[in-house]
Design a protein. Sequence first.
Length: 365
Amino acid sequence: MNIQHLIIFCVAQIIGLIIILLRRKFRTLPNLLLKLVFVNIIAHYIYYYFFYEGLITSSSNLAYLIIPFAIIAPPLVYYYAMSVMYGKIKFTKSSLLHLIPILLNTGIFVLFIQSTSQKETLLILAKSVVVSLYFIYPILIIKMIGNFYNIKGITLSVFKYNKKKTTLIRLLWFMMQVHFIILLIKISLPLLVDGTQQTMDIINLCFLMFLGYALSYVIISEPKTIHLANEKVGLGGFKKYDKSKLTREMAEENAMNLNRIMENEKPYLDTEFNLSECSKLCNLPTHTISETLNGLMNQSFNDYINNYRVEEFKKIALQKDYKNYTILALAFEAGFKSKATFNASFKKFTGQTPSEYIKTSIKKQ
């Protein structure tokens, strides 16, 4: 099988995912944007197919065709993440900043088609603008999700919540960072070492193929990552209890206070810590805490606390001070009260067993 045949196979795979999302029960805004992400991936495949067929060369005007698709991909992922969190796309005046890279590359394209001797230089300049987006947009996505949960700064802790519904966001976010590294090397290396352009093209194509496989695996193995038409619109669709006076703004303030207390005081390390104790600590009624977590974060109080405990376990599991602890001892150290609750929570929030997580982490060190 030559590389062109492999590209055709990958295109068929992505088209299969699009066909799945065309079903009536999947007709939601997040899935529409996800389909556009898939179409964008297909456009990249088609470009490489024509490139390897010899219909596009690096010195022809057609070489610029990949730029518009590459420049649209990061904003598409950003707005997909926004639609998952809020159930809608929120446009503000600052949204106009997304147009800057498009305008820059439009100007470069005008110079590109008029040039006879600087085409490759201008193409590298246009690609450099694109590469910067694969660094900037992951930061914007983290910040946007952080704003949703009222978490200040830029931190990966924003991925602690609603893990099932944000699995594809995390995957695309991670892949954007990997793609940034590949594209950066793809632009820089040929300038330093002759004859590496084709090798980097193949590496980039292999990455896109792997992305297709990863998306397929997540969608098939975790069906709940796909948003159904009959579900609550967006994770930010705050749902009040009957006759409750709690507003979304009040819930956001409560959540911010809860997060701050959990991160600073770590009361969840106490195995006896419960909703009543949390109520006293936060000076909030128990029903208000429950409504805040269920309505805003789509989590029960137990899941909210156990999520922190799982993260604590992951922090201490590989520390030298705890190297002689058994897995169960580490779980108790993180605040869990029983082995059954620990194992169920760890599997729920990480998709792995504790022993699988430790083995994988050790290999990475």
